[in-house]
Ligand binder design. Structure first.
Ligand SMILES: Nc1nc2c(c(=O)[nH]1)N[C@H]1C(S)=C(S)[C@@H](COP(=O)(O)O)O[C@H]1N2
Ligand SMILES: [Mo]
Length: 414
């Protein structure tokens, strides 16, 4: 027998909880959960319209991995709230399950010899990518949500390519293990498990301090606690206060018409208040027939329209529907020669530095009658932090496309 003080020895691992059934239960939960996360993650990426213009594209080298991109719709108007809320909330909720699953199979990661055959070597390499990929994806995602874009600009490529590496390994692993997991779940406790899974059972177990059912209960309880302290950020309104673990989204926005969540404040991104004053600010609109410069008074003289739309951020938080009022994007397109079938538009902010100062919107988003250059929120002029004097608001679009402190609109020339 190998030296039991080394983690490569089965006798080193003594928890009586480890076993095929315990691992199988956690594995099946992760199989379902991670599949949903992968799909909502790809969907979230498509929502940026990265194939539309280079300013939207954070992963220009993606090549074939962009095969599935599609024109992001504007209906239902809460679409991104839902997909990204599910992605982030589920990611946080699954953390205890992921950790418990890794713990349950940790003896295997140390097993020697490293490979018994070519097939076994391939399986272990895929396992390395699986474990590494899972830890990488969960860590980058959580850090991004908690610490506000801690990897400036590079979060998207890290999380996007990481997701594909991880998912490839995940598929290999699932194909190999789902039959085993199902067999183990169907087994009665007193029957022997599939032989290749028995190596999870400690050959010299310690005395149990908690039953397997109790341990699964603890994992489930921890997940439930995380869920309960996160989901409020996606539900918005008063429930936002229950989102103790999802602090991001700026300081408490207070009450009143502008009293909904602020991502980056005007001061933070360096907006000069002098440039937003009515006398100084002009909206520059360019299109087929040339350029027009509009003052706030010019905009107020145009037909104003209202739309009830949320802000939904990639970080998973969102607001309930707010009442926006302003000029339709398609009416602005018509001013510069696009009377029918408005084209794509490039939107530029007064903001001079930082990641979200420009964004491109697709023709279908421009054409939607609810897509506005908003001047008012909830009946009052926009507050400085919500984008005064004017901001974009588009149904179903991710927050980053709702540019604040708009200075220029360029129709048809991305
Ligand atoms: N100019 C500019 N517009 C911007 C941003 C920014 O940093 N700069 N942040 C975007 C992001 S990521 C989000 S989620 C929304 C947040 O809008 P809110 O602060 O009004 O809630 O604004 C978007 N518009
Ligand atoms: Mo955002």
């Amino acid at each position: 027998m190998r030296d039991q003080r080394l983690p490569s020895s089965p006798g080193f691992w003594r928890s009586p909880l480890r076993g095929p059934r315990f691992t199988a239960v956690l594995g099946v939960v992760l199989l379902a959960g991670i599949t949903v996360m992968f799909v909502t993650g790809l969907v979230s990426y498509a929502a940026y319209n990265p194939d539309l213009a280079s300013v939207n594209d954070k992963t220009p080298g993606k090549g074939l991995l962009g095969f599935y991109l599609f024109a992001w719709p504007t209906d239902p108007h809460w679409l991104y709230r839902l997909t990204q809320g599910v992605h982030v909330t589920l990611g946080v909720t699954l953390v205890p399950v992921l950790l418990a699953k890794l713990w349950s199979v940790v003896p295997r990661l140390f097993a020697l010899p490293p490979a018994r055959s070519l097939a076994h070597a391939l399986e272990r390499i895929s396992l390395l990518l699986l474990v590494g990929g899972a830890l990488f994806e969960f860590t980058t995602g959580l850090l991004n949500v908690q610490l506000d874009y801690i990897f400036p600009g590079s979060f998207y490529p890290l999380h996007f390519y990481g997701a594909w590496v991880f998912f490839a390994a995940f598929v290999v692993h699932a194909v190999l293990k789902v039959p085993v997991a199902l067999r183990n779940l169907r087994h009665r406790h007193d029957e022997p498990a599939a032989p290749e899974e028995n190596e999870l059972v400690s050959p010299r177990p310690d005395r149990p301090t908690v039953s397997r059912r109790g341990a699964l209960g603890l994992v489930g309880g921890a997940s439930l606690l995380l869920f309960g302290t996160t989901v409020g950020q996606s539900l918005g309104g008063p429930l936002r206060r229950t989102a103790l673990l999802a602090p991001h989204g700026g300081p408490d926005p207070g009450s009143g018409p502008g009293g909904f969540q602020v991502n980056k404040t005007a001061a933070y991104v360096g907006i000069d208040p002098a440039e937003t004053r009515d006398e100084a600010w002009r909206l520059v609109v360019t299109g087929r027939t040339g350029t027009v410069r509009l003052s706030r008074a010019d905009l107020l003289a145009m037909p104003l329209h209202s739309a009830a739309l949320p802000i939904a951020c990639v970080e998973g938080w969102s607001t309930r529907d707010q009442w926006w009022r302003g000029v339709r994007l398609r009416d602005l397109a018509a001013l510069v020669g696009h009377d029918t079938d408005p084209p794509d538009v490039l939107v530029e902010s007064l903001q001079r530095h930082g990641p979200f100062r420009v964004a491109a919107l697709r023709a279908n988003q421009v054409a939607d009658p609810r897509s506005l250059l908003a001047l008012f929120a909830n009946g009052e002029p926009l507050t400085p932090d919500h984008g005064h004097p004017a901001r974009i608001i588009v149904p179903a679009a991710p927050g980053v496309l709702n540019t604040k402190w708009v200075a220029r609109l360029n129709f048809g020339d991305l």
